[in-house]
Ligand binder design. Structure first.
Ligand SMILES: [Zn+2]
Length: 126
């Protein structure tokens, strides 16, 4: 059950893809599932912190989600600040590919975002 506790976002992702495939449902469940997947990847998925330490090295402490840093307050702050400086984005995205779980979270988050946008467009178009 530990797997589910950490990776419920992937279950939501699987459900989301199945729902897309069968496509009999309306937009509401798609939006809901997309939202769940994105929230999971940003705030829950097991990942590496990815903040830059004073020695210029990558912080590989465990963290939750792509948006949050590890237990060090300074790192959380650093990651938060990165979002507002486009120059720091390269650094931020580097953290998104730093570990297999981070890649998983990044891909899921992207799928969730794209799915939400596509659902929105489809809903407006029809
Ligand atoms: Zn850290």
């Amino acid at each position: 059950m530990k797997f589910l506790k950490e990776y419920w976002g992937l279950v939501a992702l699987a459900l989301l893809l199945t729902t897309w495939w069968t496509a009999e449902t309306g937009a509401a469940p798609l939006f809901f599932l997309s939202g769940v997947v994105v929230v999971w990847s940003l705030f829950w998925a097991p990942a590496w912190c990815g903040a830059v330490n004073r020695n210029g090295k990558f912080c590989i402490n465990n963290s939750r989600g792509l948006l949050l840093g590890c237990h060090l307050r300074q790192h959380r702050w650093q990651k938060f600040k990165m979002l507002f400086y486009s120059k720091r984005w390269a650094q931020f995205t580097r953290g998104m590919w730093a570990s297999p779980t981070a890649i998983l979270a990044t891909v899921s988050g992207t799928v969730g975002t794209v799915s939400a946008i596509t659902t929105g467009i489809k809903d407006f178009a029809l």
